[in-house]
Design a protein around this ligand. Structure first.
Ligand code: AMP
Length: 278
């Protein structure tokens, strides 16, 4: 695995491969890598000749600076985890290496998708994410780019983003990888206490409950039940049942072709998210 801190070197390494007719898969991450990230990288290595991965804790997508400061950084362990599946790792030396000296931000119009759910509770998060992903996707210009469905709203916005900036990169959504107790794998799980990590399994339990038993209840009833299951153990920020296409509310199950249940909450001072679709 070749590691570079510089955009120029990255693009010339990729060009060299492309000139030999190789296909390129790209996996952007913020590091503190785990099996969830690795599943994306493995999928990319199955589908593409060359895998490029980036590790960059993007300051513009954190609306709370303590969250940015607390974000775990484990570069050496990250390299070890991915080296068998990744060909080129881009670890930008500084934000300027990604954004350029001016750090100018574009305001994208995602037709309201950016304001729902996570967008409501993390103002500016999706614009920050979209700006850095636009930069990375343009620099790497890969055939495919891989995103986890754990961040389903992010995945949807990235699909819109490639249309807006007219890139040919195919966006591939990858299934959520979970810990043994059902908790969705996340870099933030490392910040939980042992007890917190165990208790947080109630999130996926409640999500599965909705998945299994939704037809026995109205949308509002099951939302209330699931919230009640989780709160007390975890401070619920939101638990919303939305249409997976529009991300908007609906009244009856028949009103949505695919239902998207989205959760965010706090335990041990750590913010966790999860979702399920059916
Ligand atoms: P992050 O480093 O948290 O920005 O995540 C980088 C990519 O890995 C994103 O596309 C995430 O959706 C994806 N990802 C993170 N955790 C998981 C997981 N548990 N299962 C599947 N994909 C994940």
């Amino acid at each position: 695995m070749k590691v570079t801190n510089f955009k120029k070197e990255l693009t010339s390494l990729i060009e060299e491969k492309k000139n030999k007719g190789k296909t390129v898969g790209f996996v952007p991450t913020m590091g503190a890598l785990h099996n969830g990230h690795l599943s994306l990288i493995k999928k990319a290595s199955e589908e593409c000749d060359i895998v490029v991965c980036s590790i960059f804790v993007n300051p513009t997508q954190f609306n709370v600076s303590s969250d940015l400061d607390k974000y775990p950084r484990t570069l050496e362990a990250d390299k070890k985890l991915i080296e068998d599946y990744c060909d080129i790792l881009f670890f930008p030396e500084s934000p300027e290496e990604v954004y350029g000296a001016k750090m100018e931000m574009i305001e994208f119009d995602f037709e309201g998708l950016e304001n729902e759910l996570e967008g409501e509770f993390r103002p500016g998060h999706f614009q920050g994410m979209a700006n850095v992903v636009a930069k990375f996707l343009t620099i790497v210009n890969s055939d495919k780019a891989y995103f986890g469905l754990k961040d389903f709203q992010q995945y949807k916005i990235v699909c819109k983003l490639v249309e807006l900036i007219k890139l040919d990169t195919e966006i591939v959504g990858c299934a959520i990888i979970r810990e043994e107790n059902g908790l969705a794998r996340s870099s933030r799980n490392e910040l939980l206490t042992k007890e917190g990590r165990e208790a947080a399994s109630v999130i996926s339990y409640a999500m599965n409950y909705i998945l299994k038993y939704h037809s026995c209840f109205t949308v509002i009833e099951i939302q209330k039940k699931a919230k009640a299951m989780i709160s007390g153990i975890i401070e619920v920020e939101y638990l919303e049942i939305r249409d997976s296409n529009s991300l908007l509310n609906f009244e009856n199950w028949e009103d949505s072709k695919e239902v998207f249940v989205s959760f965010a909450g706090h335990i041990d001072g750590v913010r966790l998210i999860d979702n399920v679709r059916f």
